[in-house]
Design a protein around this ligand. Sequence first.
Ligand code: ADP
Length: 718
Amino acid sequence: MRLDWQKRAVILFAASLLILSVVLVFFAIREAEREKLLKEREIEGKQQRLVEGIDGRARTLIGEAENRVLQAVKKNRSDAHPAQAAADLKGPLVDIPCVSEVFFVDNDDQVVFLNARPLFLLSGEKPRYRDVSSSWDNDERWKRAEEAEFRLNDYSLAASLYQDLATKTADQALDALLVNRLARCYTKSGKHEKALGAYRQQLRIGLPDLISEGIPLDISSLYQIGNIHLHRGQREEAAGAFLDLYQGLLDSRWPLTRSQYEAFRKLAEDRFRMAAGELDASLQSAWDGRLQDLKKIEKTRMASTGILENVQGRIIPRLRLEAREMDADSGKFLRIAETIDSGLILASFLPLNKETILGLLLDPQALANGLFPPASEKSGREEGLSVAIVDESGKVVAGPGLLSQEGSEKSGDPQLVSTGGFADSFPPWAIRIYRSGVGAVERQFRMRRNIYILSLVVVIAALFFGGFLAIRSTAKELKLARMKSDFVATVSHEFRTPLTSIRYMAELLQRGRVRDEARKQQYYEAITGESERLSRLVENLLDFSKIESGMKEYRMEEADIAALAADVATRFRQQAGFKDFTLETEIAGGLLVIQADKESLGRAVFNLLDNAVKYSGENPRLVLRAWSGEDAVCLQVEDYGIGIVISEQKKIFEKFYRSEVAMESDVKGTGIGLPLVEHIVRAHGGKVLLESEAGKGTRVTIRLPVRRSEEKKEDENG
Ligand code: ADP
């Protein structure tokens, strides 16, 4: 009942602690979850702000560029014709950030670029040539001169006629044409020096838009100069002339269509190679270097020409389509983005007046580079956020992740977490936000949760263990208490039985009721036996209590075990003489002498004999043996009684323990005999061995080690 109450208290305590821990852990996990969500949301907010910040910066940069261009234009006359407006502006607009070009578009879609000049006429652009040869069509002298040159092949006549005409004209263009004709006649008649002079004179007049027979006069002059030099073996001069032609083409000196440009450019290069090909190696490489320089220039010019061509061919048509939305007064620019093979064109337009639209080209790369102010990078870094701007094809245009991105994507870190864009898709790029350590928040949360759960498990385990210990120790305590009270009862009983019989026999003797001498003697022996039994009991109890309190002392002396065994057997026979048993002794001769407390050891053997009689059952036969082995002396008591079941063989050495059979069969006992025996034997450094089988008997052996005389001496010396 008491145990139940204590058990219940322990279980209740453990259960309430358990519930409390579970509740605490539950709330802790929920709190951790909430924190995780907040953190995630905060990071998402940061991502959003990063995108907004970059977009905002793009708006600002573009807006600033547009306004500055507009202001620069307005400072001049904004109502000017495109060409005029461009001419007026030239200069001040070079270094507005992000603006790569400013241009004006008229109602005929003719575009005038402020700085950039295409290498050739753009499609749709009207060429501005001057062909003066037709103005001579009706002139007699001109006809005669041409006849002399082409039909009669009389070049000197032709030359004098051309010269004659030249003296009579005040028009520079006509003059230039005549000098060119003159030079041709000189060339044909082999007067190379004169021809060179005439061609150079024509070039000096400097009218690049002058053409004759579809070819700009300057080009034919330069070409002829080169040819004459080549003819005369003046290779360097020839190479120089052809490179001049190439340079002139790159300078867009002449209004040429694309195919014309390409044809002349090829001609210039071929001829140059022909001229430079046979020069000395060192000269040749110097000239080749010049050619390569020009080619490099051509490459960049070609690229920008491509952009201008696309402005003309694709942006302007779109402008016309979308122009309805444009409002001159609103001051709001119309922005058009167009992706072409070689990249992206970003254009922005505002009508200046009814005829002219102001346009500007933004440099995509400069714009992209301007989108990353160091501050915004920093704010994202804390969360491991990095930004990259990618174009429609997925190519990274700008961003801190520009270099490390590919490699790190493989390792899974950083990962793309969100994608944003620019307002109105201008520029048509995506803003990608990468986060390194994605899942760090989740990992942190999981770790915390695991720690909570683990601690819960630990608490549960501790509670179980503690509860188990508490319950076990109370159970043990209770058992001990019960044993003690049993012990008191049995001890009292043990005392009462001999006392009663002593008193009874003493009274009989006192009153003289026993007459027979032999019977009297028997009574005296019984009284002595019973009182010796009592005093043995008392001694056992005293010994036991000394052992319990740790006060038991042993007096070691030289002991002859054979004598000790014989003595115990004799005393036992005397003292238990009234009981019905036979005790055999098998005591070997020449037993070793050992150090022992004779009294205690004797009591131990006496106890064993006592047990053997008590538990002898139907067969009250006992054997006491003593012998000495290699290194031990043994004392053994054997009986053929009730025996001990295996499960109890260890327990009977515990204090107060009595076997169930013993209790049931009403054999008196205190449960301290065997513990006492064990303690005494241990004190001698020996061991108690028990062999027993239920119903067959028991053999208890005391094995006492013998210390060799040499060892003993060593010990004494040491
Ligand atoms: P007790 O006073 O009960 O004899 P012991 O400590 O001497 O106390 O013995 C403990 C128990 O061991 C006994 O109660 C008995 O059950 C068992 N026991 C001891 N010796 C023998 C034996 N020779 N044969 C059978 N049982 C024995």
